[in-house]
Design a protein around this ligand. Structure first.
Ligand code: 13P
Length: 262
């Protein structure tokens, strides 16, 4: 099965609303619809910039997502943002279980699983983020950690909901560090994740879901990761904040597509 390559930009806690809009204007100016038709480009700005940026990208193929969601729909929940509110503000996707949420906000597997369900109820496509810490890698627990983090979410998920998932494999030690696993190692983890989907659901489901690599992705290395057979694109932090580097990564992916004949 041909899975479309996805470039997802996670802006984390960066960019004011005007800065996000300026980036959006420049990206649209540089966006070559013919050249980039083979890849999906997605931006995850702060929640504040969701609505204005979704307005800016309206009618373009660039999609918008939120970085996190809270449980519920509407209610007396000071400071919270539900999937419903994010969806109405223009988000189509949402990151769930990013390691920074797990680390700094104490999100555990159970809450992450509940958030995936909440995202699906709100008609958002969840991008489930998983990844091992440096210590876990040293103890050779990477695959066990993936199995636990993914298993918590898949358990209780119907097949028709499982196909809405994207998984982002982001080793915690690779995020913002300039360190990366080899594409071969990352692909091995992605293949194990895919295998878990095939065991829990079917090989069709496993084949259809997209698995991204994230952690110190740059224009220099993105192509190598995206060329790995079980990796379908990248979730990028730092390098996505600059339009130049963002376009350089899009170019790199497009050339890869061309050379593969697809
Ligand atoms: P960096 O690309 O800055 O390493 O961040 C990766 C990340 O956490 C994307 O979600």
């Amino acid at each position: 099965m041909m899975r479309r390559v996805l470039l997802a930009a996670n802006w984390k806690m960066f960019k004011t609303v005007p800065a996000a809009l300026a980036f959006g204007r420049e990206l649209l100016r540089r966006y070559d619809a013919d050249a980039y038709s083979a890849i999906d480009v997605m931006i995850f700005p702060t929640a504040l910039a969701l609505w204005p940026l979704s307005q800016r990208f309206a009618g373009s193929p660039i999609q918008i997502g939120a970085q996190n969601l809270d449980l519920g729909t509407e209610g007396a929940m000071t400071g919270a943002l539900s999937g419903y509110l994010l969806r109405e503000a223009g988000a189509e996707y949402v990151l769930v279980g990013h390691s920074e949420r797990r680390q700094h906000f104490g999100e555990g597997d159970e809450l992450v699983a509940a958030k995936v369900q909440a995202a699906i109820s709100a008609h958002l496509h969840p991008i489930l983020c998983v990844g091992e810490t440096a210590e876990e890698r040293e103890r050779e627990e990477t695959l066990a950690v993936m199995h636990r983090q993914i298993g918590a979410v898949l358990q209780g998920l119907a097949t028709y909901d499982a196909i809405k998932l994207t998984v982002a494999y982001e080793p915690v030690w690779a995020i913002g560090s300039g360190k990366v696993p080899t594409a071969r190692d990352a692909n091995g983890v992605a293949a194990a994740i895919r295998h878990q989907f095939s065991e829990q659901f079917s090989s069709e489901v496993a084949d259809s879901i997209r698995i991204l690599y994230g952690g110190s992705v740059s224009p220099k290395n993105i192509r190598e990761f995206a060329e790995a057979p079980d990796i379908d694109g990248a979730l990028v932090g730092g390098a996505s904040l600059d339009v130049e580097t963002m376009v350089a990564m899009m170019e790199s992916l497009v050339h890869q597509e061309g050379e593969n004949g697809g």
